[in-house]
Ligand binder design. Structure first.
Ligand SMILES: NC(=O)C1=CN([C@@H]2O[C@H](COP(=O)(O)OP(=O)(O)OC[C@H]3O[C@@H](n4cnc5c(N)ncnc54)[C@H](O)[C@@H]3O)[C@@H](O)[C@H]2O)C=CC1
Ligand SMILES: O=C(O)CCC(=O)C(=O)O
Length: 425
């Protein structure tokens, strides 16, 4: 197992708040980290083998929960940090889960759909011994979606020779997925943003937003924010960025990207972004320093670091991605008086609706989309309220308030379990 260093913020909370040595010792490293080699028979008959991981960080509050990403930069350290963040996120939102994360170091864009299916199935075979509805429940993340979860769930059911609807979440609805899961991360983020805006006495109409990362999470956020009256003036993906100070029509971009798989060309392929079309393509890095009210980061880690933080003009940043602002970037932004609404608070809509899917899988109930949205709204509002209140009471940044609340919950559970003797989960 790679050595893992806890984020400095967590160490500071441990020190400042006299967190017990037992709790610190338990939270200092992951419970379990499994490295696997995932074989893939290519369409041309050759065999390729890709490295993969599944990390379970802490399971005090319940089975590990977290996504699986397919990306060329995945490694054990990244999965461990992502699994740690899942632990904090689930605790903060009072979900009955610990934190996990997994991935394969692969560029899925270079594989055919059948190759992606075989790889997804082989990953589940490789990690089958440590996952399951009471142990560790995978879900979508970067470059994985409902289709991939459907294959993974099917493979797991084959391995167990039984129906296993609660073993993987984020599945297609026809395979036991939950209504509302696809939009859930974006919707949850919008609920947090709305809550913050109301506290500041601001309205959506006054608010211009730029969104980095027009993928699963960011594209739904952009569409829902537009429908709620916000002015989405820029969006980007890994290939292109589009800006229109008068406001884009995210739904049209969404449809274009569904068809073409990328944003590039959305303005120039005879499919204008909006009637009258005032938009233009800009450099992706330029999106980060646009004159907007909210900069939404929904792509990858470390989009903002100490190197580019000074160029950010937006007074408010909304972290939909996991870890899009590095610690030195965070210090520079908050030092300059900007507010960062942190990932562990903002992006929990996905795992929350995964929780609802897990409940439905275990009970056989089917929830309507309305019920999912009501429950999600209530939970996100509740957590956002607790974080913002705590930040105000103790004059903390919202990120620190969120971590304090999460660590308190985990520490309380660790103490309540008594002497620790729970190997084998
Ligand atoms: N999908 C979900 O339910 C959840 C996702 N997240 C996090 O949100 C982030 C995005 O995840 P997904 O939307 O699921 O992945 P995705 O793979 O669907 O989308 C990622 C998007 O970011 C774009 N991108 C990559 N590099 C970029 C760059 N340098 N500039 C602009 N765009 C860039 C990609 O082109 C793609 O459109 C990740 O950090 C993920 O861990 C967090 C919670 C839940
Ligand atoms: O839906 C889930 O369980 C996982 C979501 C996830 O990976 C995340 O919140 O980063």
């Amino acid at each position: 197992m790679n050595p893992f260093e806890l984020p400095a913020l967590v160490q500071r909370i441990f020190d400042d708040r006299d967190v017990s040595p037992d709790v610190q010792a338990i939270l200092r490293q992951p419970d379990k980290s499994l490295g696997v080699s995932v074989p893939l028979r290519r369409d041309d008959g050759s065999l390729a083998v890709f490295p993969g991981w599944r990390v379970q960080y802490d399971k005090t509050l319940g089975p590990a929960k977290g996504g699986v990403r397919f990306h060329p930069a995945v490694d054990e350290g990244e999965c461990t940090l992502l699994a740690f963040w899942m632990t904090v996120k689930c605790a903060l939102h009072a979900l009955p889960f610990g934190g996990g994360k997994g991935g394969i170091r692969v560029d899925p864009k270079k594989l055919s759909p059948l190759e992606v299916e075989r790889l997804s199935r082989n990953y589940i075979t490789a990690v089958a011994d440590i996952i399951g509805p009471d142990r560790d429940i995978p879900a979508p993340d970067v470059n994985t979606d409902a289709r991939v979860m459907g294959w993974m769930a099917d493979e797991y059911a084959d391995i167990r020779r039984s129906h296993q609807p609660a073993a993987v979440t984020g599945k297609p609805v026809c395979l036991g997925g939950s209504e509302g899961r696809a939009q859930a991360t974006g919707r949850g983020a919008l609920i947090v943003l709305d809550n913050w805006m109301k506290r500041q006495g601001r309205t959506p109409r006054q608010t211009r937003i730029a969104v980095q990362g027009f993928g699963n999470a960011g594209s739904h956020f952009a569409c829902l924010a537009h429908e709620a009256g916000y002015r989405v003036v820029a969006v980007s993906d890994s290939q292109a960025a589009i800006h229109d100070p008068d406001g884009l029509e995210p739904r049209r971009l969404f449809d274009y990207k569904e068809r073409e798989k990328e944003l590039s060309g959305a303005l120039y392929a005879g499919r204008s972004v909006k009637e009258g079309d005032g938009g233009k393509e800009i450099d992706q890095a330029a999106l980060l320093s646009l004159d907007v009210d909210v900069l939404v980061l929904a792509a990858m880690e470390n989009a903002i670091t100490g190197d580019n933080a000074a160029a950010v003009r937006a007074p408010l940043l909304l972290e939909i991605a996991n870890g899009p602002v590095s610690p030195d970037g965070d210090a520079a932004l908050t030092g300059a008086g900007k507010t960062v609404l942190p990932d562990v608070l903002v992006n929990a809509g996905g795992v929350t609706v995964s929780y609802y899917e897990w409940i439905q899988g275990r009970t056989g109930e089917r929830w309507s989309e309305g019920k999912v949205i009501d429950q999600l709204t209530q939970r996100m509002q509740d957590t956002a309220g607790r974080c913002f209140d705590r930040a105000e009471e103790e004059r903390l940044q919202v990120r620190e308030a969120a971590y304090v609340l999460a660590i308190e919950r985990i520490a309380h559970a660790i103490r309540s379990r008594g002497d620790r003797s729970y190997f084998g989960g």
